[in-house]
Ligand binder design. Structure first.
Ligand SMILES: *[C@@H]1O[C@H](CO)[C@@H](O)[C@H](O)[C@H]1NC(C)=O
Ligand SMILES: *[C@@H]1O[C@H](CO)[C@@H](O)[C@H](O)[C@H]1NC(C)=O
Ligand SMILES: *[C@@H]1O[C@H](CO)[C@@H](O)[C@H](O)[C@H]1NC(C)=O
Ligand SMILES: *[C@@H]1O[C@H](CO)[C@@H](O)[C@H](O)[C@H]1NC(C)=O
Ligand SMILES: *[C@@H]1O[C@H](CO)[C@@H](O)[C@H](O)[C@H]1NC(C)=O
Ligand SMILES: *[C@@H]1O[C@H](CO)[C@@H](O)[C@H](O)[C@H]1NC(C)=O
Length: 449
């Protein structure tokens, strides 16, 4: 199976040792606070807004609540002032991250040039966009099951591609959609999409579950939606979140693409100020990245059974809706499947996930792709918020890529398996001699390539 990883993989570019980033976070700290009273909440809101602190959890001032976790990044020059103010108001805090820049530096290989990869693509490190583009090309070339497709262009006119994993068959199939990287700084998400593709291709012959659902389902995987933002997070600001759309004559940048879909757009949990991390754009689907996704999904929606969108952090499997507390009609089933997925995930390394509707267990937000997908009729729609629960937040160290992906794989395949069994009952007996020989011919070409 390692043949696959052994594909020759030449990197067109070499990234210098350090992130060649404009914005540094030397001495910035991330603080963890659980406000106890309404007065404390008010003081924290005031502090965060006057000092323009970077809210990691929740994302909006209004969502700071007594008894709930607050994670804020405080720039180095303000650390003392903020701590003094918290002390004065008798608000206790814990330092989650002592020096953000130190973590940022650790999350990319110091000497990427040493990584000449004769062994193939390394799935346990973070990759810049150029390498992910190259990876997509190589995956398509090296597998009979994978085709790369054009999805659309970004604000900065870069190409967005998705991969389709499809077992050749002449019977009609349904579709599972998964996207990653809608928020630039959540690097673990694109790492998971790549891991997912690798795992499917490595194991579809030996793993009975994958073999079974691939007979009925095509997998559409979009490793990075927000290509411009992802590149920007590598080259300029590691903690960039949004896309790179210029607003107000380029005096401010970026729409939160997960507030830009046409699901109660602009109604709750958003900002109309383009300096905000949760700016929802100038209108529903104002962004080309959003429109690219919408166009394909609209076209295929009657065949799509499941829409998965992968984020970090917080360790949640979230169900619709974020924009209203009214549960969707199939809420009970959505919850049961998510709970089963979370249990499978926990079985691997004991990582604990919370499951529930976004507006009830996290906070309300409109314009998410998850809500939109369910509203247009895709029955199973989930947001994954991957590791961790705040210890490293958006700067998850690379040594957690593998365990995170392994456990998440179990959750995702649990969901896909459920959907498969529901829509294709009795599919297990479908492995006929015809499909077996097809499998074998695929193996053969695989080895030959
Ligand atoms: C992949 O990257 C990880 C993290 O940098 C490193 O520890 C590991 O040795 C690499 N594996 C290979 C096969 O190069
Ligand atoms: C965007 O890129 C495409 C190629 O992908 C090119 O044909 C087109 O001219 C570009 N558009 C702009 C505005 O640069
Ligand atoms: C943008 O710039 C143009 C010309 O430089 C000016 O006429 C216009 O008022 C500006 N718009 C905004 C929103 O600042
Ligand atoms: C958004 O949805 C509403 C109906 O809910 C529709 O009237 C409107 O045209 C849609 N907007 C876009 C940009 O698709
Ligand atoms: C947008 O937010 C910034 C930063 O908080 C603020 O300075 C600016 O006045 C706001 N703009 C508008 C139009 O409200
Ligand atoms: C995260 O979870 C671990 C156990 O899984 C716990 O020890 C730690 O306190 C949690 N951290 C936060 C910030 O909640």
């Amino acid at each position: 199976m390692w043949l696959f990883l052994g594909m020759t993989f030449s990197l067109g570019i070499l990234i210098p040792g350090k992130l060649c980033s404009d914005l540094q976070y030397d001495g910035d700290q991330v603080l963890h606070i659980v406000p106890e009273t309404f007065q404390q909440v008010q003081h924290l809101q005031h502090l965060c807004s006057t000092l323009m602190l970077d809210l990691w959890k929740p994302q909006l001032l209004e969502d700071i609540r007594a008894g709930e976790d607050l994670h804020i990044r405080v720039p180095a020059p303000l650390v003392q002032e903020v701590k003094d103010s918290l002390d004065q108001h008798m608000i206790s805090y814990k330092v989650l991250i002592n020096d953000v820049q130190e973590l940022v530096d650790e999350s990319v290989l110091k000497e990427r040039s040493q990584r000449q990869v004769p062994e193939g693509y390394n799935y346990t490190e973070y990759h810049p966009m150029e390498e992910i583009y190259e990876w997509m090309t190589q995956i398509e070339k090296n597998s009979e099951l994978v085709t790369q497709h054009y999805l659309g262009n970004t604000v900065e006119n870069r190409t967005i591609y998705y991969l389709q994993i499809s077992q050749p068959s002449n019977k009609p199939k349904k579709i599972i959609w998964m996207d990653c990287g809608i928020h630039a700084r959540e690097w673990i998400a694109p790492a998971f999409c790549q891991w997912f593709v690798k795992e499917i291709l490595q194991n579809y012959e030996s793993d009975a579950t994958i073999r079974r659902f691939l007979q009925n389902l095509d997998l559409y995987v979009l490793p990075v939606i927000n290509v411009d933002g992802y590149i920007y997070s590598w080259e300029a600001e590691r903690l960039w979140r949004k896309n790179r759309a210029p607003y107000m004559n380029g005096t401010c940048y970026g729409t939160d693409l997960n507030r830009n879909f046409n699901s109660s757009w602009g109604s709750v949990g958003v900002s109309f100020n383009c300096t905000s991390e949760v700016f929802c754009g100038s209108g529903p689907e104002s962004e080309p990245e959003t429109r690219a996704v919408v166009q394909l999904i609209e076209q295929k929606k009657s065949d799509i059974l499941c829409y998965l969108t992968v984020h970090s952090y917080g360790q949640y499997i979230l169900t619709p809706y974020g924009s209203t507390t009214t549960p969707p009609s199939n809420n009970e089933e959505l919850m049961q499947v998510a709970q089963k997925a979370a249990a499978a995930l926990m079985g691997k390394y004991g990582t604990s996930y919370k499951v529930g509707s976004t507006s009830l267990i996290l906070y309300s937000n409109s314009g998410s792709s998850r809500d939109w997908a369910h509203m247009i009729g895709i029955p199973f729609s989930y947001t994954f918020e991957l590791r961790d629960n705040g210890t490293y937040g958006f700067v998850l160290p690379p040594d957690q890529i593998q365990p995170t992906c392994e456990e998440t794989m179990l959750a995702v395949t649990t969901i896909i398996d459920y959907v498969d069994q529901k829509y294709f009952p009795g599919g297990a007996v479908m492995l006929t001699s015809g499909s077996l020989s097809l499998c074998l011919s695929v193996v053969f070409t695989w080895i030959a390539s």
